[in-house]
Structures are given as structure tokens and as C-alpha cells.
Design a protein around this ligand. Structure first.
Ligand SMILES: Cc1cc2nc3c(=O)[nH]c(=O)nc-3n(C[C@H](O)[C@H](O)[C@H](O)COP(=O)(O)O)c2cc1C
Length: 363
């Protein structure tokens, strides 16, 4: 039996296998007041098809904890109670198709308020359903407008918004929350000294830059059921330290290991180890560019960790959980191309695909 298709238990949750759908924005919510943030039929078919296609867990895309925390006006959101019902249908559909339902809670920070990628992805102003982005410091992401620096009161309100969204996700029936602290969005931009030059208790030393992340974890854990897991997605590096000649103080693998340790102490059950997104820098293209960093986080912190990035070959995915030092894998683009990637991998590796009875006549 391949290990990839072995169940894994996290707190009281049994996840049926270790191939998980990585959170991926679909930019398909309607931006208008009253509809904004809500899943529509497209989201339902998109996610339930990947569930039926055999993944153990579906992580629903970045979902804004505040309207200004969306990446684009077309993102999902859980900033008000009226949004709960459509997520209830979505979570139930994912579960009915055999997968665990997870949702990524996010705030896009200084990279918020942009158009859909296929429409150019440019920053949007208020006449285009856009808004003024916020950040730890008034420092722009390359090519984006200068964000407004958050006050301490606004930081506290943002932390509370993560907890409120977690309560709504619980009411909607999700079993896993992933806090998005990667890819240059708000929480990552506090972690990295490139984007955080605050002089108060949220800037400077590593403990200070990590403060908001640990506060979000505490706030979420205070309302999220004790039997349900919390994941944390991090960028394990800004890819600055690895870039010869770039000697800026940045977010590094060593700091990620420390953050993983602290996060686990605060109630995080699994690190989802991504990378980059904070600045425009070269990123290696080899197949294990990111998964090898995940293995370092796992071995040095001892915290369960999932790898992600360029996992497209079932044999590679199996190798990662058998000897690659991680507990599970998130698959992204390969699942956009093929909703049944996990079932195909099960067949290739000698495990039983989900809904084998229904699909067996095609084998
Ligand atoms: C269209 C698209 C949307 C994405 N949206 C998110 C997102 O909402 N949250 C997130 O953490 N990562 C997001 N990502 C990153 C993926 O989750 C994943 O980490 C990345 O694509 C690398 O994995 P892959 O090589 O298997 O695609 C997105 C990627 C793509 C291609």
C-alpha cells in the first residue's frame, strides 16, 4: 500500500490520504455589495470535482477575513455572517465527495486590490471595485501603490477579524483552517524585514515581527474547536539570502524553523511550507526547489509539515512522504489541469481510487 494513500490523523480528524488540494484563487466571486466574497456554483463544482477526484483534503482558496484583505474583488470572503450559508453548501459538498473540507483564511496586505491575473492583474482603484491597501510599513511591493501603515488598533482589529472568520468557517462546517502567512501577503509582510520596518513591538527583532502571526494563531485557537486542526502556510524563504550579491536582511529558512516551533507551541498542527512572493527575485526551477526546504522545517522543528510546489509526478509525491521527510503533499496546478490527479496517482501507485465502483467500468 503506498504511503501517499495512508490516512493521517491530526487531532481528532482523520484525513483519508496525504494528497491534498493546494489553495488556489479562482477569482470567480461577484464583486458587488451583497454578493461579494460568496462562493457561487462554479466554486461548488470546482471543489467538489477535485474531492471526487480523490484528494484527501480540499483547501479552499484564500478567503478574505476583511473586504480589504482580499487579493482581488473577485476573491472569497468570510467577513460577515451573511456569507456563511454559501460556504455551508460548499463544505458539505466537499465532504459528501469524500474529502476533508479546509479553508485558507487570508489578508492580502500590500498586495491587495488587484485585477484578475487573466485581465492583467494590475492594481485597481475605487472606481474598479478596488481599495487602498494596508501593510506593516508604508513600503510598496514592486509595481504596486504605497500601502497605508497599520496602526496598533488596526492590527488588533485585523487579528480579531481572523478569529471572527474562523468562527464563521466552523459554523459553515469546515474541519481545517489554514492561516495564510506566505507569499508576501499581510502576515508574511510582517515577518520579513524587507517589508516591515516598524519601530514598535511589531517590528525589529524576530519575536516582534512574528508577534502578529502568533496573535492570529492564539485568536483563532481561542474560538476554533479543540478537536479540529489549524495549519499555517509560510514562505520558508524570501529567496533573497539564496540570491548571490543580494545582502538585504530578509525572511530565511532558519527563521521559518523558529516560527514553526513557536506556532506549534501556540496550537498549530501542521506547517504548509511554500516560499517566496515577498519581492521580485529569481527562484530556482528544479523539481525539489521548495520541497527540500519543507523537509528542513520538518526535521529541525519536529512539527508536522506538508510540502508543495511542482509535485506533478505520483512517484515523486510518494517519495516525499516515504523518504522526503514530510507528512503530506499539496498539489496545485496539476489539479487544475486534471481534477482526478489523485485517483490517477492511486491507480499508478497501486491504491484504490475514490468512487472506484462508479468509475470502474472505464478502467
Ligand atoms: C491560479 C493559482 C492561484 C493560487 N492561489 C493561492 C491561494 O489562494 N493561496 C495560496 O496560499 N497559494 C495560492 N497559490 C499557490 C498554490 O497553492 C501552490 O502553492 C503553487 O501553485 C505551487 O504548487 P504547484 O506547483 O503544485 O502548482 C495559487 C497558485 C495558482 C496557480
Amino acid at each position: 500500500m503506498p504511503k501517499l494513500f495512508d490516512p493521517i490523523r491530526i487531532r481528532d480528524l482523520e484525513v483519508p490520504n496525504r494528497v491534498w488540494m493546494s489553495p488556489m484563487c479562482t477569482y470567480t466571486a461577484a464583486p458587488q455589495q451583497g454578493l461579494a466574497g460568496r462562493p457561487v456554483d462554479f466554486h461548488y463544482s470546482h471543489y467538489t470535482n477535485r474531492a471526487a477526484g480523490g484528494v484527501g483534503l480540499v483547501m479552499v482558496e484564500a478567503t478574505g477575513v476583511l473586504p480589504e484583505g482580499r487579493i482581488s474583488p473577485y476573491d472569497l470572503g468570510l467577513w460577515e455572517d451573511g456569507q456563511i450559508d454559501d460556504f455551508t453548501r460548499l463544505a458539505a459538498g466537499i465532504r459528501a465527495n469524500g474529502a476533508v473540507a479546509g479553508i485558507q483564511l487570508a489578508h492580502a496586505g500590500r498586495k491587495a486590490s488587484v485585477d484578475r491575473p487573466w485581465q492583467g492583474g494590475a492594481p485597481l482603484d475605487e472606481s474598479q471595485h478596488g481599495w487602498a491597501p494596508v501593510a506593516p510599513s508604508a513600503l510598496a511591493f514592486p509595481g504596486y501603490p504605497v500601502p497605508r501603515e497599520l496602526t496598533r488598533a488596526q492590527i488588533a482589529a485585523t487579528v480579531a477579524a481572523f478569529a471572527d472568520a474562523a468562527l464563521r468557517a466552523d459554523a459553515a462546517g469546515f474541519d481545517v483552517i489554514e492561516i495564510h502567512a506566505a507569499h508576501g501577503y499581510l502576515l508574511h509582510s510582517f515577518l520579513s524585514p524587507i517589508s516591515n520596518q516598524r519601530t514598535d513591538e511589531y517590528g525589529g527583532a524576530l519575536q516582534n515581527r512574528a508577534r502578529i502571526v502568533l496573535e492570529v494563531i492564539d485568536a483563532v485557537r481561542a474560538v476554533w474547536p479543540v478537536d479540529k486542526p489549524v495549519f499555517l502556510r509560510v514562505s520558508t524563504t524570501d529567496w533573497v539570502q539564496e540570491n548571490p550579491g543580494d545582502d538585504r536582511d530578509s525572511w530565511t529558512l532558519e527563521q521559518s524553523v523558529q516560527l514553526a516551533t513557536w506556532a506549534a507551541e501556540h496550537g498549530v498542527d501542521l506547517i504548509d511550507a511554500s516560499s517566496g512572493g515577498l519581492d521580485v527575485v529569481p527562484i530556482p526551477r528544479d523539481r525539489d526547489y521548495q520541497t527540500r526546504k519543507a523537509a528542513v522545517v520538518r526535521s529541525e522543528s519536529g512539527v508536522p509539515t506538508a510540502a508543495v510546489g511542482r509535485i506533478e509526478d505520483p512517484a515523486f509525491a510518494e517519495e516525499l512522504v516515504v523518504s522526503g521527510g514530510v507528512d503530506a503533499v499539496f498539489v496545485g496546478r496539476a489539479l487544475l489541469r486534471n481534477p482526478s490527479w489523485a485517483n490517477d496517482a492511486a491507480l499508478e501507485l497501486g491504491a484504490s481510487p475514490r468512487f472506484i465502483e462508479q468509475y470502474a467500468y472505464t478502467l
